[in-house]
Design a protein around this ligand. Structure first.
Ligand code: KIV
Ligand code: ZN
Length: 446
């Protein structure tokens, strides 16, 4: 009998931590559109906002809680009654509400920011989680700046909030300071020392100040974390949060090292990335892993030659597996409405007849001037044609893109190393034999 695969909960905080980053704020309508896309993507938890922060945030969290019924909807609160009550008021109509309470625990935050002692911090954490629990069954607690907190004190606080009813313990690397081995060891320490830890889920929340947010998150999973907090395109405070698409695809492509499952429908990753970039106006870095414009582009002659002979030479996953449109469909002045509509759908947009005619007229004018209309031209054109301010109801909606196009299986030898039996933290890598069939969707015929 095959072993049960280990499931990782994907907690998306694009609408909360992501939205806090410069240039990424979103209004009510925009937040709802992103929430629908996150639902299609299959994330388990949507952190919809920080209800005490503004009336706008409160209303957006409330609306998302009412409209989006499948995933858990979380709202953030500082460790005090007013915040927690406000979060609950926004969340209480959700099918599956979660209150997320945070309180800094590092000495530097206690001394300079909160001006409280460790004892006061411990009491406040315990008391606020107990209050959140009196309102909502599902309570997450985050000791802010955990990675710069004295581990003994961190474990003491975590134990107290487990006793008070927390169901998820999130470990934030708030300032992006930790490194993978150290973060993995911290998770192991927490698992060994916190009483009652087996009843709760450990979560990782990493910032990217040293460019290690995804690596740190993966180390946490290997060490026993079972929830990851991340954002689309890695948007977030300062250098951003761990990127959702990179974490998910690392597990899919390197299942030999990360034998874990998520419920994410990977073919929706690229449309989600495009939608967010379109809404915020913040472009995706061209060389961004998974969703950047160049992530599947081959320019060098030697690479092109190799990829044409066998894509396995330079590609470890197919563009289609993450929803990147088939680049063989070149759009120029001879292209018709049908090809244009298909490419728009691949980019995450579906138009009615009238809207498509409108886009098509502009497209032909542009194609007359430039030879090939690339995806970024087309996205620009869509943005210009349907500026939200000029149209009361948006004419376009992100589309649930069809399942990734089937990639013909090729006869080939697995070019990757054999999977080890245990990871660096001594946890067994239990890979079920069935999984390799699913893996084939992500690799070129491996
Ligand atoms: O980075 C952080 O510490 C946070 C917490 C509020 C979870 O975003
Ligand atoms: Zn954060």
């Amino acid at each position: 009998m095959a072993k049960e695969n280990v499931r990782i909960t994907v907690f998306d905080t694009t609408l909360r931590d992501g939205e806090q980053s410069p240039g990424c704020s979103m209004n009510y309508q925009e937040k709802l559109r992103v929430a629908h896309q996150l639902d299609r993507l299959g994330v388990d938890v949507i952190e919809a906002g920080f209800p005490i922060a503004s009336d706008g945030d409160f209303e957006a969290v409330k609306a998302i809680a009412v409209v989006i019924r499948r995933p858990i909807i979380a709202g953030l609160a500082r460790a005090c009654h007013t915040d927690i009550q406000r979060a609950w008021d926004a969340l209480k109509d959700a099918a599956r509400p979660r209150i997320h309470v945070f309180l800094a625990t590092s000495d530097i935050h206690l001394k300079y920011k909160l001006r409280i002692t460790r004892e006061e911090c411990l009491a406040q954490a315990r008391e606020s989680v107990a209050f959140a629990k009196s309102l909502c069954d599902d309570v997450e607690f985050s000791p802010e700046d955990a990675t710069r907190t004295d581990p003994d004190f961190l474990c003491q606080v975590l134990e107290a909030v487990v006793e008070a009813g927390a169901t998820t313990l999130n470990i934030p690397d708030t300032v992006g300071y930790t490194v993978p081995t150290e973060f993995g060891e911290l998770i192991v320490t927490i698992r060994r020392r916190v009483k009652g830890i087996e009843k709760v889920t450990i979560s990782a929340h990493c910032h990217n100040d040293l460019g290690m947010a995804v690596a740190n998150t993966m180390a946490a999973i290997s060490a026993g974390a079972r929830q990851v907090e991340c954002t689309i395109n890695g948007i977030g405070e300062r250098a951003g949060n761990a990127s959702l698409e990179e974490i998910v695809m690392a597990m899919r492509v390197r299942y030999d090292r990360y034998p874990y499952e998520t419920a994410v429908a990977a073919e929706h990753l690229f449309p989600a990335s495009q939608l967010l970039s379109e809404i915020t106006g913040v472009a995706v870095q061209p060389n961004k892993a998974i969703t950047g414009r160049n992530a599947f582009a081959h320019e060098a002659g030697i690479h092109q030659d190799g990829v044409l002979k066998n894509p396995l030479t330079y590609e470890i996953m197919t563009p289609q597996s993450v929803g990147v449109p088939d680049s063989k469909l070149v759009l120029g002045k001879h292209s018709g409405r049908h090809a244009l509509a298909i490419r728009c759908e691949q980019l995450g947009y579906q138009f009615d007849r009238r809207a498509l005619d409108d886009i098509y007229r502009r497209f032909v004018r542009l194609a007359d001037k430039i030879k090939h209309v690339e995806d970024h031209h087309l996205l620009e054109l869509i943005r210009e044609t349907h500026k939200p301010s000029t149209s009361a109801t948006p004419l376009f909606e992100p589309l649930a893109v069809a399942a990734a196009a089937g990639v013909p299986a090729q006869e080939s030898v697995r070019p990757f190393p054999m999977a080890p039996k245990a990871n660096a933290f001594g946890l067994p890598l239990s890979i079920s034999p069935e999984h390799h069939h699913d893996q084939e969707d992500y690799l070129w015929g491996v």
